[in-house]
Design a protein around this ligand. Structure first.
Ligand code: AMP
Ligand code: DBH
Length: 536
């Protein structure tokens, strides 16, 4: 059975097909087009796959999944780091029509619980090297809650369930069963602003378009050697143009475990990297390393993409000057809409804006609090719809009613200004979220966890400025007794939360300031912490 999702209205769907955005091909086509190629597709440490080999590995794993009973319309929870197995697993699942949630490797129990609870997976793919999967406790707990979760494959297991073993199983049966191109291919993760992390159904048609168009704009081709050092499961790394874009163009993907200069500089030199994508804090670290005189030959690098969080103009200007490559700003979202500065834009546009929508049929509106459309040049809320912007979070009718307007425009929660030339500047945010160097923290999610602590009465999480990360998080807490930051962080860690969500700072207060309508006054709290920071 096909996975439910909110469809585009018929007239728009017809338009998107007529304009050639939706081509009715499954995402598996990205590899199929190169299945006879001897070009190198993927480099992961010492391991190297040619397109032909990658395609065969995908087919073998798809067969292995099929023999274990997986079939079209099933769902899977996948948590793998930046390795070849992540790419092989995704394509194998696409081949047999199983829709995964690709959790980030930094995710812990509460995040995985939330995703599993929503999709009720029949398959789990995880890594023994992740703390949660060192033993079978968590797997057993998941299976007792989800009786349908019958199949488990584990990287670095060595036994019957070893993922690498499954990839090596000889292919005995032809694989088939990809879902229809108009149906859900997989779920993307929303940075979110609500208590439970929301899932974004993405169809083959909409996602494939976003990849093809990104490849075109960014100029990826067979000569591209792309370094993926940011989390490969993230929408940015997958599709803007990301590693799926590299494969589409027939180039070479080189994986790295993290974006630190010590990790990446030698790889860039050895692998002759031409393109890579970073978040702003990583850019700062790269620039600092170069200023510190770290020896590195980055001369092959022609394009550095930066996105996920606001890049300051000062930092932007240093990129061509000090790294010696072109900058491209990327303002995107897992929900869909992606904006790029173009390769032939003026320095002014590239340094001071977050670019413009990639598709002529991306509809972007700037509206006020009541939804009235504002004139160009005015700051307001971003609303958008288009051929690759989703129409609703998975199984979240109430939240969708708030996140979308009557015409199906999605409100991203960003405050923007659109210039006369159509370029967008992100100037703020109205969603209750902290953007910690590109990693999104939904305040409510952390607050709910804090409130489970026996000594905590009220809690509010807000952003505070940070030189490296852009923003960090500060928890204001009303408690029965004084609590120290280390204690709170340890408590959250024990609950099982991704490390980046732990409050960077904790302030005990007698009460939380309220607005006139009785809501926690977060603006005031942000001001309090800013004043504290100034005073230091
Ligand atoms: P997510 O919904 O988790 O995919 O995160 C998308 C959000 O990240 C956007 O709505 C923005 O708030 C933020 N974002 C992404 N790229 C940029 C950028 N280049 N500049 C500023 N904010 C960004
Ligand atoms: O932050 C994001 O989610 C993001 C940034 C750049 C994204 O999803 C994308 C490009 O596709």
């Amino acid at each position: 059975m096909a996975i439910e999702f909110n469809h585009w209205p018929e007239d728009l769907a017809r338009h998107y097909r007529a304009r050639g955005y939706w081509v009715d091909l499954p995402l598996g086509d990205i590899l199929d087009r190169h299945q006879h190629s001897d070009a190198v597709a993927l480099i992961d440490g010492e391991r190297q796959y040619r397109y032909r080999e990658l395609h065969q590995a995908v087919n073998r794993l798809a067969g292995a999944f099929q023999r274990r009973g997986l079939t079209t319309g099933d769902t899977a929870l996948v948590q793998l780091g930046n390795n070849a197995e992540l790419c092989i697993t995704l394509f194998a699942l696409l081949r047999i029509g199983v829709a995964p949630v690709n959790a980030l490797f930094s995710h812990q129990r509460t995040e995985l619980d939330a995703y599993a609870g929503q999709i009720e997976p029949v398959l789990l793919v995880a890594d023994r090297q992740h703390a949660l999967f060192r033993d079978d406790h968590y797997i057993t707990a998941l299976q007792s809650r989800l009786p349908g979760l019958a199949t488990v494959a584990l990287l670095n297991d060595g036994g019957e369930r070893d993922l690498s073993g499954w990839i090596d199983e000889p292919q005995q049966t032809p694989v088939n069963g990809a879902s229809q191109p108009g149906e859900v291919a997989f779920f993307q993760l929303s940075g979110g602003s609500t208590g439970t992390p929301k899932l974004i159904p993405r169809t083959h048609n909409d996602y494939y378009y976003s990849i093809r168009r990104s490849v075109e704009i960014c100029g990826f081709n067979a000569a591209t050697r792309f370094l993926c050092a940011i989390p490969a499961a993230h929408n940015y790394a997958m599709s803007s143009p990301g590693w799926l874009g590299v494969f589409y163009g027939g180039g070479t993907l080189v994986l790295a475990a993290d974006p630190s200069p010590t990790r990446c500089f030698p790889i860039i030199e050895q692998q002759q990297i031409t393109h890579t994508a970073l978040v702003p804090p990583a850019v700062s670290l790269w620039l600092q390393a170069l200023r510190d005189g770290v020896q590195a030959n980055l001369s092959t690098l022609t394009l550095l993409q930066v996105g996920g969080a606001r890049l300051s103009e000062a930092l932007a200007r240093r990129i061509p000057a000090e790294i010696g490559c072109q900058l491209q700003q990327v303002f995107g979202m897992a929900e869909g809409l992606v904006n790029y500065t173009r390769l032939d834009d003026s320095d002014e546009v590239i340094f001071t804006t977050q670019g413009r929508p990639m598709c002529p049929d991306d509809e972007v509106r700037v509206v006020d609090e009541d939804g009235n459309i504002l004139p160009p040049g005015t700051e307001g809320r971003l609303m958008t719809r288009g051929p690759y912007t989703f129409r609703g979070y998975y199984r979240s009718p109430e939240h969708n009613a708030r996140a979308f307007d009557r015409e199906g425009f999605y409100g991203s929660g960003d405050l923007i200004v659109v210039g006369e030339d159509g370029n967008i500047r992100v100037v703020g945010r109205e969603k209750d979220q902290i953007n910690r160097g590109g990693e999104k923290i939904a305040a409510e999610e952390v607050e709910n966890l804090l409130l489970r602590h026996e000594a905590i009465l009220h809690a509010a999480l807000v952003s505070m400025e940070d030189e490296l990360m852009g923003e960090k998080s500060c928890a204001f807490i009303v408690g029965h007794r004084p609590l120290r930051a280390v204690e709170i962080r340890r408590y959250l860690r024990e609950l099982g939360v991704a490390e980046f969500k732990l409050p960077d700072r904790v302030e005990m207060v007698p009460d939380l300031p309220l607005t006139a309508v009785g809501k926690v006054d977060k603006k005031r709290l942000r001001q309090i912490i800013a004043d504290h920071q100034l005073a230091r």
